[in-house]
Every structure is written in C-alpha cells, then in structure tokens.
Design a protein around this ligand. Structure first.
Ligand SMILES: NC(=O)c1ccc[n+]([C@@H]2O[C@H](COP(=O)([O-])OP(=O)(O)OC[C@H]3O[C@@H](n4cnc5c(N)ncnc54)[C@H](O)[C@@H]3O)[C@@H](O)[C@H]2O)c1
Length: 255
C-alpha cells in the first residue's frame, strides 16, 4: 500500500529540482502524477523515467503565470481522471543578485510573476478543481526567505513572504467548506538543486561558504528532504493540518 494510492497529483516545476524529486516520490507512493513545466524536453524525460520505474506519470507543458493555461490543465485533469487531489505549486525562479537601488521593474516583476502570481493562480484553479471532486491538499513552496531577508534578493524575499501568507488566507477560506481543501506552505532552506547551483555561480563560491557556515547542520539539503515533507502534507496523515508552515532547513531559522 502506498501513502497516496489512487490520488491524482499535479506538480508544477516538475522538470527539475524539488518538483522532480516530489514527482518521483509521489509516483512510488501510488499517485497518478501529472508533471508540468516550461522545460518541455526535461519534463518529458522525467515522466518517462518515472514510468519506466513502474509509476503512473505524464508530462504537460504549462506556464504557471498564464491563467488560461491553468484553466486548460485543470479541466484536462478533471476530464482524464475525474478528480484532482494534490497540487504542489513548485515552479519558481531565483533572485538575480541585484541591489534594490539597481533593480529595474522587469527583474522585480519576473520574480513576482512566477513565484507569487503563479502560486495565486494555482491556488485559485486548484481549489476550484478540488471542490468539484473530493477536496484535496495544496502545498505551496515558499522558502526560509519567506521568514528572513537576504541582501540583493528583495524580489525573491517579497515573493516568498507573499506565498506564506497567501497560503494561510486561502487555508482559512477553505476550512469551513466541504469538500475540504487544505492549504499549507513548505519553507526549504538551501537545497542542492539547479536553482542553488545557479545562485552559487552568480554570487560566487563565497555564497556556498556562507551557506555551509550558517546552516547548523553544515551542508545543503537534498531534494528528497523536501519531497518527504510534501508527501506528509499531501497525504491523509495530515488531515488536521492546514494553514501551517513546514520549515525544512537544517536548522537555519532556529539560530
Ligand atoms: N533549492 C532551494 O534551495 C530552494 C530553497 C527554498 C525555496 N525553493 C523554491 O523551491 C521551488 C523549486 O525550486 P528548485 O530549487 O527545485 O529549482 P529548479 O530551478 O530546479 O526548478 C524550478 C522549476 O520551475 C520551472 N519554472 C520556472 N518558471 C516557470 C513557469 N513560469 N511555469 C512553469 N514552470 C516554471 C523551471 O523550469 C524549473 O524546472 C521554487 O519555488 C524555489 O523558489 C528552493
């Protein structure tokens, strides 16, 4: 018996990093997984490899910043499976390592558009779809930078702080309605994915030193560390959990 047997899960940002790892774990736990992303070749590859390992998975191109694409993907899922039980809003972009005085509106908007507008649209259409079927669980990926600031990442921090409180407000709206939709946020620390590799490249090797010096457990986390947290919030074991923040950060915020 898997912990998600028969559930239907949509994972945005499923071609890479945390979304990919969560898709692999959810498929192993018995879910029908729909991975979506703007990286089409990579996404198809991940779905194929999950299928080869015996999981139920398909890939669907999807830009989370475009509302009509949310309408299309959600109605396709309801047509194909009759239900949507789990949504991981995992698509995101990093900051550009630019100080606020130098940050132009395009850099600001791009980050807010993917990291906050995309999650808002996901909650809006995810909740609508789940309420047409059996209810469900929405997990929004925020960050430790939804709690604490980082110089040269004003756009990223603003987007992740927004996701944290958007999730709570949506959870409260849903709490008294049936079927129930639970909404929670996850706050990863520094995790070894292409996004963090890119940040280390942009900010220089001293950024890795900063991470290792400031994370009490002394290293980067793995995508699986986050996938396990998502699995818990997605599963019926978390049926009394809504509006909460699950921090998985090697102790960073405990300091
Ligand atoms: N890696 C970390 O240390 C870390 C820490 C805290 C939070 N996060 C958050 O976790 C989430 C996943 O990040 P990751 O580390 O796996 O990065 P990643 O770059 O490996 O994966 C992000 C994925 O999102 C996709 N994406 C970007 N814009 C999109 C769009 N408009 N529509 C659809 N897909 C889009 C990318 O193509 C990519 O496949 C992000 O929200 C990120 O901010 C990551």
């Amino acid at each position: 018996m898997g912990r998600l047997d028969g559930k239907v899960a949509l994972i945005t940002g499923g071609a890479s990093g945390l979304g990919k790892s969560t898709g692999e774990l959810m498929a192993r736990e018995g879910a029908h997984v729909i991975l979506s992303d703007i990286q089409i070749v990579e996404g198809e590859k991940v779905a194929e490899s999950i299928k080869q390992d015996g999981g139920s998975c398909k890939f669907r191109p999807h830009d989370t910043t475009v509302e009509s694409e949310w309408e299309d993907i959600c109605s396709e899922i309801l047509d194909d499976y009759g239900q949507l039980d789990i949504l991981l809003n995992g698509a995101g972009v990093g900051s550009s390592a630019v100080e606020i005085e130098e940050m132009d509106m395009e850099i600001w908007r791009r980050c807010l558009s993917v990291n906050l507008d995309g999650v808002f649209l996901g909650c809006k259409h995810g909740i609508r779809s789940m309420r047409k079927s059996n209810g469900g669980s929405i997990i929004n990926i925020s960050s430790i930078l939804g709690f604490s600031g980082l110089a040269t990442a004003t756009n990223y921090c603003a987007s992740k702080g927004g996701v944290r409180l958007l999730s709570k407000a949506a959870a409260l709206e849903c709490a008294k309605k049936t079927p129930l939709v639970r909404v929670n946020s996850i706050h990863p620390g520094f995790i070894d994915t292409p996004m963090v590799a890119g940040a280390i490249q942009r900010r220089g090797p001293e950024f890795r030193d900063y991470i290792e010096a400031n994370v009490p457990l002394g290293k980067l986390g793995t995508p699986c560390d986050i996938a396990e947290g998502v699995l818990y919030l997605a599963s019926d074991k978390a049926k009394f959990v809504t509006g909460t923040e699950l921090v998985i950060d090697g102790g960073f915020l405990a300091r």
